[in-house]
Design a protein around this ligand. Structure first.
Ligand SMILES: *Cc1c(COP(=O)(O)O)cnc(C)c1O
Length: 397
């Protein structure tokens, strides 16, 4: 069992705020500021460059990678940290394409996060005119898998609607057709139980600043299945993915296993933040977290459906087909979200008309969710959202 009152006490939430945006940027866990301060003054300040050896900075991507791995069903030594998710998508795709040299198609869906699609397009352009990204509707993915597909690249949970793909089934289908899979876990890691080993994912990638709470710009993770890790040839062949970086050889030789997916100098301060942020997960059972998330989502949907008839549910009604977020549609979604934020309930907006709410049981209580739903319904019923200041678009929505 997981004690969610105890996990909640491990976050520093501002007074009076209900935070339904941990799916976009997780809040600050207690202990992170101290750990980062220690890394700055105790390690960087005192050890200077000797910190790479004496504070274990060079091993940090692997050590933290193992801790993230535990949350996604990846064994020790199969995950490394660094760069941003967009970069990790590119690396995984490039390696997967090279492992299927007779094929030219990356298959994805139109619900995928644009950056994943942009990275795939950019890679295809670099590789030559035969390569292409093919996107179909999320429901049409299974039937679009055929022997032309080199790589199936999917994000398990749709960032807009929260719709969840059936990972095991799609991976099995792709493998049957001889394709490899790159699975994006941006909205899965720390949100729902994931088992990359059991589902036989070839590559999995994700970010740490959403449900894993590493802070803005926290490093991404990449998993490579053990049977592939020594075969893949890194497209971004940086020195820290080299077998012996400090030999300073003129020729590139990849490191053993997933270490070869490292590129350059790791972000030590952000890794220290993530390391401390992961402590809370030591006491969390992912299945208990999932049950609690569904409970919170269901109560939110029920209250909103009853009290805000103008909002249309954009997420699947069936809880098992959602990740850990609930979305609604409304043409004035942007202004409604701004009005909610002004009253201390933080969700976000995704163009063109999605109001998005993330459910994170580590720090969200049933009372928070009740308050959020009641505030939303009250804003809708009163029309308080329709004020000029709520219509002015900021750079980040
Ligand atoms: C959040 C997210 C990203 C963001 O990528 P960065 O490189 O970290 O900015 C990419 N893909 C998906 C599916 C996401 O949800």
């Amino acid at each position: 069992m997981t004690d969610f009152t105890a996990t909640r006490a491990r976050f520093d939430m501002p007074e009076g705020v209900v935070y339904l945006d941990g799916n976009s940027l997780g809040p600050l866990p207690r202990g992170v500021a101290e750990r980062v301060a220690q890394a700055i003054t105790g390690e960087w300040g005192h050890l200077l460059i000797t910190g790479w050896n004496r504070a274990g900075w060079m091993e940090l991507p692997a050590r933290v990678g193992d801790r993230v791995g535990r949350l996604i069903g990846a064994g020790p030594g199969t995950v490394t940290m660094g760069d941003t998710l967009s970069i990790k998508v590119y690396q995984a795709l490039a390696s997967a394409l090279e492992l299927r040299p007779a094929r030219r198609v990356i298959l994805s869906d139109t619900g995928n996060f644009p950056s994943d699609l942009y990275m795939a397009e950019g890679l295809c352009r670099t590789l030559g005119p035969d390569y292409r990204l093919h996107t179909v509707a999320p429901e049409a993915v299974a039937e679009a898998i055929d022997e032309r597909v080199a790589v199936l690249m999917l994000t398990e949970v749709d960032y807009r609607t929260g719709r969840k793909h059936d990972m095991g089934t799609l991976i099995a289908k792709a493998h049957e057709a001889g394709a490899l899979v790159v699975w994006d876990l941006a909205h899965s890691a720390g949100a729902i139980p994931v088992d990359v080993t059991g589902a036989e994912a070839d590559f999995a990638v994700g970010c740490s600043y959403k449900y894993l709470n590493s802070g803005p710009g926290g490093p991404a993770f990449i998993y490579v299945a053990p049977h592939l890790a020594d075969q893949v040839r890194p497209a971004l062949s940086g020195w820290l993915g080299h077998e012996a970086p400090f030999a300073f050889d003129l020729d590139y030789r990849p490191a053993q296993g997933v270490e070869r997916m490292r590129v350059g100098t790791p972000p030590i301060l952000q890794l220290a933040a993530l390391d401390a942020a992961l402590d809370v997960w030591d006491e969390v059972d992912m299945h208990a977290l999932r049950a609690r998330s569904i409970e919170l989502q269901e109560s939110f949907i029920a209250t909103v459906a009853a009290g805000c008839p103008d909002l249309t549910l954009a997420s699947p009604r069936e809880p098992s087909q959602r990740g850990s977020q609930v979305s609604f549609r409304h043409p004035q979604g942007y202004a409604i979200i701004q009005a909610l934020i002004a009253e201390g309930v933080i969700g976000d907006f995704r163009a063109p008309d999605i109001l998005r709410f993330g459910f994170t049981p580590l720090y969200l209580s049933p009372e928070d969710v009740a308050r959020a739903a009641a505030t939303l319904c009250d804003i809708m019923a009163s029309g308080r959202w329709d004020q000029p200041e709520f219509h002015a678009r900021a750079r980040v929505t």
